[in-house]
Design a protein around this ligand. Structure first.
Ligand code: G
Ligand code: MN
Length: 316
């Protein structure tokens, strides 16, 4: 769409210049004024379009969803002690050359507050359900899906999730980012308790990067708390002390701690020594398409059987 618009504008500018030249050569004042007026109209339309990148992205996403430009990849989540895969996070990807290139972190923000964001969450749930609920996937893996606070406040939230997740519902973990402030309104409490009654678990994502007030942890009974990867970049003793403290706090609440973004063996060691339960990161496995995940699943399953959790290399 953008490329077409740019081409149209180039043609319009070229035609205007040619028209202007022809009109001034003819020497007709009316013709010059007409060409100037037409060029100004083109410029107004073009500038209006250019200064509304959010609207352009939303339109492109709406079209992209219809055209099948979105897909889902899966990243294993492992037990830090055994390094066995215990679940996967389903992650949305958009094949759009411009808007999708920066990953969901960039395009999701621009879709905040639109019905499109809930449509995309439902898309991820349907894809994951179709892909993962059939054998040969381990039936005890949990499946994490990111949701947005805005969707949680919608009337149709529970219905959306239940319908789209299908039989995956009992293995579902909803990840709610701490970056969007969720208030403990009766609507939110009711929605989450409905989910809980259906066996859905709740995870607090990006812990430490947003509204890390302890109210949030106390108000909602999270099953998992995901510590953001930026804390792995802390230096020296501070890092292990920080992770140990977070683990102790989260365990007090009866939840499990997940650390995101483990990229090196040394980071895995620190995470394990800190008493962190689960981890996710490139060092264990990158986000992958469902076929690769199938291969990863069967490879790790056979290693698990052979080694029986002795902590042997389980990288994908
Ligand atoms: O916050 P959330 O859990 O939704 O973040 C998941 C994102 O982090 C995914 O887009 C995934 O590609 C990315 N990711 C996963 N593992 C790593 C890692 O080890 N390093 C980095 N830099 N990013 C990661
Ligand atoms: Mn997440």
């Amino acid at each position: 769409m953008d490329e077409h618009l740019d081409a149209a504008v180039t043609v319009a500018v070229a035609l205007s210049l040619a028209g202007l030249l022809a009109a001034s050569l003819i020497g007709s004042r009316d013709a010059v004024e007409l060409v100037i007026a037409l060029s100004a109209c083109c410029a107004v339309v073009y500038v209006g379009y250019r200064v509304r990148p959010k609207a352009r992205l939303q339109r492109a996403a709406r079209i992209g969803l219809r055209r099948g430009e979105f897909h889902v990849v899966y990243q294993p989540i492992v037990d830090t002690r055994t390094r066995h895969c215990v679940g996967v996070e389903a992650l949305l990807r958009w094949g759009h050359p411009k808007f999708g290139a920066g990953g969901p972190g960039l395009f999701i923000g621009a879709l905040e507050g639109t019905r499109l964001l809930s449509a995309l969450t439902c898309f991820v749930l349907r894809e994951a359900n179709n892909a993962l609920t059939q054998l040969p996937f381990a039936q005890d893996w949990h499946i994490s899906v990111n949701i947005c606070a805005w969707h949680l406040l919608e009337d149709h939230f529970v219905e959306d999730i239940c319908e789209s997740a299908g039989p995956m519902l009992e293995r579902l973990v909803l990840e709610l980012t701490e970056r969007s402030c969720v208030e403990r309104t009766s609507r939110v409490v009711t929605a989450l308790s409905h989910m809980r009654q259906r066996g859905v678990r709740l995870s607090l994502d990006d812990f430490g990067t947003g509204f890390s007030n302890l109210d949030l942890l106390a108000d909602f009974r999270f099953d998992y708390v995901k510590v953001d990867r930026r804390f792995l970049a802390m230096r020296g003793e501070a890092r292990i002390q920080f992770l140990k403290s977070v683990a102790a706090l989260v365990h007090t609440l009866g939840a499990k701690v997940v650390v995101e973004g483990v990229e090196r063996a040394a980071e895995h060691d620190v995470v394990q020594r800190s008493g962190i339960d689960l981890a996710q990161g490139y060092w264990y496995a990158k986000p992958m398409a469902v076929d690769q995940l199938r291969a990863f699943g069967s490879a790790t399953a056979s290693i698990n059987t052979l080694q029986d959790g002795t902590g042997t290399e389980l990288k994908a």
